[in-house]
Each structure stands twice: as structure tokens, then as C-alpha cells.
Design a protein around this ligand. Structure first.
Ligand code: PLP
Ligand code: TYF
Length: 394
């Protein structure tokens, strides 16, 4: 049966994690996959999550099925977290999905049903799974200009020039905050312009927000999305609890749809449920039950927010330390972009050869394209990383 299959493609990020695990060198440094690590190099269970798990373990009465949409208390909490107080809030509906990955796929399938000829525009570069997920749903994918390698900033003029060309069969996929892989986010003015253009040209904004709370703060990181939600008529959102609740393996996220009318919203939500039924039927419950409990319990929410802020502050500190260490070692400010970027990642624009040498000779693992997970650094690794970069001619 399977003899005609061609060899499967490797996941470019997960395969780096495998190679890292197999590397016997004790001083190896993993700056590949996007997970947050503390100063001991661990990805801890957050205190509020640990507490909620204990409550759940002691009080949950049943493991019976929940339903196609998952936990509705969770769905409402996710919609509120992003949209409360905006014009579109009352028209938004959420569906719990297995991570934002599940949301991306459900929303892509929804787009294919709603508009089979739709083109999804993704940033160049974008999250490694954006293109494959959209293409797996049968959608056409095109890229808009985004990143300037020399300045490590967003080329907003070029991006907006492309966005101006979009029309009613186009979908504009935007990173809500903490752009993966570059770390370079668009300005609030750019979000405002995109909102105007969505209204005048008729394209659909699609926001993927996987790092809310890892940039400037929980509300601040949703500011762009909220600008859209105050001015456009329809949009879709994929959101994740993997990073900001540290629930990676529990596969916790949501797809949010907002149609031009409540009737359209409910039709779209119903279609997602129909597709969920033919895909995985129901999402896993545990992570969503934890998030629902935390967001609805003032004490747990406070504990969560404080820890999230601490994680965010640590990433900012690492960014400062990395930039200063480069400044001290090179006498130049060309690595200051580490301080300007937001969230876990920065793109270093090292060549494939430099990335390979970093790995082989220095045990420093980056993702192809040169993405470095700042949030995976230990303070004690910084000097070794800087030395290795200089050794490969960065
Ligand atoms: N979208 C972006 C931009 C991401 O970086 C990620 C990965 O963390 C995801 C979606 C998928 O996240 P999840 O673990 O919730 O499926
Ligand atoms: O970009 C990252 O590192 C995270 C984790 O197929 C991830 O988003 C990596 C690979 C993948 C899915 C998620």
C-alpha cells in the first residue's frame, strides 16, 4: 500500500530539537524551538497552572466528552481576553482547538469553503507552518514583503504597498505580536492603515496571535488586533495558550470568527464544528479547563499575570544583555536589534554555512534562516554565544 509514497518532509524546527538531543557535547546550546526557559534552562509549569491542575484533579467529576466546540467557558474567556471593549466583541465566537495550529487549520478550511479561490498573503518570512497549513487546505499562498535584513526592521512601506493591491478574494495573515521568526513587529500606525485598507479594498484580516504577553504586555500585545476589531467589519483569529500559559503539550488554543452579522458568525462557527467533527471531533480538554479556571478566578489570574510579566521581563533582560555583550565584543552597535525586537525570537540573518558551523563547531543550535530563540538562553550562555557568532564571522 505505501510503496508509492515519497519520503516525508522533515519539520525544520522539530528536527533541530532531535539533532540537539542527540548531540553528546555537554556545553551545547539550544536556541532553536520556540519554548521559554528560565535561568536554569527549564521550561517550568507556571504556578497558576500547577494550582489549577490540583483543583481540577480534586474536583473534576467526569472525563466524559465535552462537545465539538470544547469548553465554552474557555471559548468565552479567550474571546474576552482579546476583544473585550472593541466594536467586534459582541459578534465574535470562539471554538476551542488543539493549539493555535488546530485553529490555523480549521480557519484555513473555513476559508476554502467560504471562498475556494481565496489567496492567503503571508509575511516574507513567516512562521514555518503558515504556508504548509494554508496549502494543505487547498488555498493559494502568496507572500508580502516584510523584513529588511540589513536593518532587521519591518519594511512597512513595501508591506503596505502590497496590501493596497489586495481585493475581496484576498486574506491578509498578520502576526498579532512578537513576529515569528523575525522579532520585528509592525507599528500601530501600520495596523491603522491596514484597517482602513481592509474596509476600502474588502480583504479579510486573519490574525495569528501566539505570544500575547511576551512583547510589551498582555493588553499592549493585542493593541494592533484591537485596532482592527474597532474598525473592520469581519476578521478571523487564531490564538494560542502554548506560550503565555506554558501549556505547549496540552494543545490549547482557539479559532475566533467574526462575520459581518451575528448570523454569518454563527454559520462560520457551525462550519468549523462540522469540520472539527471530520478531523479530530473534539479538542483535548485539560489545557482549556486550566485556562478557563485561571481566567475566571481573580487570585489565580493575578498569580498568572505576575508570572507572565516576570517571564516577559526576563526576555527583555536577556535581549539587553545579549546586545551589550555583542557591543563589548565587537565595539559596534550592529547587534542592537536584539533590544529592538519583541518576543522570543530574532532573525540574525546568518548564512546557512554560518548556521551549520555554529552547530558543528560550537554546539550552538539556531533554526534555518538564522532565527535565534532569545527566550531559550541562559545568562551563563551569553558569552559563549557571542564568541561563537564572532568565530563564524557574524
Ligand atoms: N502561530 C505562530 C505564529 C506560532 O509561532 C506558533 C507556535 O508556537 C503557532 C501558531 C502554533 O502554536 P500552538 O502550539 O498553539 O499550536
Ligand atoms: O516556531 C516555533 O518554534 C514554535 C514551535 O512545527 C513549533 O512555534 C515549531 C515547529 C512546529 C510547530 C511549532
Amino acid at each position: 500500500m505505501f510503496e508509492r509514497l515519497s519520503a516525508p518532509k522533515q519539520d525544520p524546527i522539530l528536527s533541530i530539537s532531535v539533532a540537539f538531543k542527540e548531540d553528546p557535547r555537554p556545553n551545547k546550546i539550544d536556541l532553536g524551538i520556540g519554548v521559554y526557559r528560565n535561568s536554569e534552562g527549564q521550561t517550568p509549569i507556571m504556578a497558576a497552572v500547577r494550582e489549577a491542575q490540583l483543583v481540577l484533579a480534586n474536583t473534576q467529576q467526569s472525563k466524559s466528552y465535552v462537545g465539538l466546540a470544547g469548553d465554552e467557558v474557555f471559548n468565552k474567556a479567550m474571546v474576552d481576553l482579546l476583544l473585550q471593549g472593541t466594536k467586534l466583541h459582541s459578534r465574535a465566537a470562539g471554538v476551542q482547538t488543539p493549539g493555535a495550529s488546530g485553529a490555523l487549520r480549521m480557519l484555513a478550511d473555513l476559508l476554502k469553503q467560504a471562498r475556494p479561490d481565496a489567496t492567503v498573503w503571508i509575511s516574507s518570512p513567516s512562521y514555518v507552518n503558515h504556508r504548509p497549513v494554508m496549502e494543505a487546505a487547498g488555498l493559494t499562498v502568496k507572500e508580502y514583503p516584510y523584513f529588511i535584513a540589513e536593518t532587521k526592521a519591518v519594511d512597512e512601506a513595501a508591506m503596505l504597498a502590497q496590501v493596497e493591491q489586495l481585493g475581496e478574494s484576498d486574506v491578509l495573515l498578520l502576526h498579532g505580536c512578537c513576529h515569528n521568526p523575525t522579532g520585528a513587529d509592525i507599528s500601530l500606525d501600520a495596523w491603522k492603515r491596514i484597517a482602513e485598507l481592509a474596509n476600502s479594498k474588502g480583504f479579510l484580516p486573519f490574525v495569528d496571535i501566539a505570544y500575547q504577553g511576551f512583547g510589551d504586555g498582555l493588553m499592549e500585545d493585542a493593541a494592533g488586533l484591537r485596532i482592527l476589531a474597532d474598525s473592520v467589519e469581519e476578521m478571523i483569529i487564531a490564538t494560542s495558550c502554548s506560550k503565555n500559559f506554558g501549556l505547549y503539550r496540552e494543545r490549547t488554543g482557539a479559532a475566533i470568527v467574526i462575520g459581518k452579522t451575528m448570523e454569518e458568525t454563527m454559520k462560520a462557527r457551525g462550519r468549523i464544528l462540522e469540520m472539527a467533527r471530520s478531523t479530530y471531533t473534539m479538542p483535548p480538554d485539560h489545557g482549556a479547563a486550566i485556562v478557563a479556571m485561571i481566567l475566571n478566578n481573580p487570585q489565580l489570574k493575578e498569580t498568572w499575570l505576575t508570572e507572565l510579566q516576570d517571564m516577559n521581563a526576563r526576555i527583555k533582560r536577556l535581549r539587553e544583555q545579549l546586545a551589550s555583550a555583542f557591543q563589548a565584543a565587537t565595539g559596534s552597535d550592529r547587534f542592537d536589534y536584539f533590544k529592538r525586537h519583541k518576543g522570543m525570537f530574532s532573525v540574525t540573518s546568518l548564512s546557512d554555512e554560518q548556521i551549520a558551523t555554529l552547530r558543528q563547531e560550537h554546539g550552538v543550535y539556531l533554526v534555518g534562516g538564522g532565527r535565534l530563540n532569545v527566550a531559550g538562553l541562559k545568562e551563563s550562555d551569553i558569552d559563549a554565544v557571542v564568541k561563537a557568532f564572532i568565530a563564524v564571522g557574524a
